[in-house]
Design a protein around this ligand. Sequence first.
Ligand SMILES: [Zn+2]
Length: 444
Amino acid sequence: MSTGELNIPSTVKDPHYRYKMPKIQIATQGSGNGIKTNWINLPEVSNALKVPLLYPIKFIARELGSNTETKSNSYLINGSHDAEQMQKLLDKFIKKYVLCPKCHLPEIHGKVRVGKKNEIKSTCRSCGATCKLDSEHSFASYIRSEPPPYEKEAEYSTGKKDEKKMDSKLKKNIKECCLNLASVINDDEKYIEKNVGEIKKFIAKYNFNLECKFYCFSFAIFPDEIYTKTFLKRLPLIKYFIENESENKPEEALYNLLIGFIDKIFSRQKGENQKYVSSVLYYLYDKDILKEDFWLKYLNGTIQEKYSSMFRIEEGEKKMKEAAKDFSNWIENGPYEGEEENTNEKKEEKKEEKEEEKKEEKKEEEEKKEEKDEDDNEEKGKKKGKKKKGKKKKEKEKEEKEKKEKEKKEKEKKEEVKEETKEEVKEEKKEEKKEEEEINIDDI
Ligand SMILES: [Zn+2]
């Protein structure tokens, strides 16, 4: 962590936490009764919190019982206040109006609104929960008078130019499925089939056709921080889902997956992640999910003609093609012409990824080997036991029987303990993995 950065909220101590904000920077100006605190980096902080510019200063001023003054790009609070105290109040603001009350992630931006009874409500982009935010605090009245921008249905847009119309119930179902499906995906699940089973079970409730199914799947499977380890980890799941759940129409399924992706990047996130589009496509290509032939047909419009989709938005498609230029060049010209530098970069990335995979595989192999060795030793032990038994058989059969019983019991006990430690190690590993995942690729 660089020194000027804090987690959102700063009470989270994980240095690899993906949500960061700059530390509050202030300067005191004036003197006597006219002394004021100038919040120098308010725009940066508000930007990091994804809240309207004046929200943090208005909240803190209310907490301090002071007034604010904003003129010519300076943001002032009456009186002299220290940064530490303000940081604490900012954390309070974050807990009340930036974090999802359910999962505690700062993922409610664009989804905060004033409800019917003047309640402040939020819907979480991460866990899908709709919650009530503190509506009693005096700052709530400020939200009511200056509500934050609310992202309406843009991301579930129906593609007005398309003749097909969605009825309101289907629209509602799609929205609900999109928002909640993400929480079904289990990134710790080892078996793709199990994960797919859960996803299928969840989607089945809605009785969707293929395009709705893959649109929703796409919405959930691409993480919000698009270019992360979570995404890389989910690639096999995407591949499996397209190959096995597309009712023998993998091309159409992929097309709707792509539309969901476009919607996410360009409608919902307003393009902030578009620089990763080519890289994401490259990985889809690398895993044989997106095929060269498909992409060429997509570029010339053949795919769109063949499978009309009610989710298609031409505007988004244009932006997508623009953002995917590097990838398209690479597909059209081959890896050794034109965009050579870029390709090398990608190769480098791929190499690193492969190496990491290899390392992990090796580790696993070693672990397996160790287990096997242990088993082998046990096997040898048993054989020895048998031999002994043969020798002693004639002499002390009764005694031997008792001894065997005892040994058996001891062995069982040992195995129990072994099982327990194994479980513990597994748990630990899981946690380690989780931590690793939080790291954005860009941070490495
Ligand atoms: Zn949440």
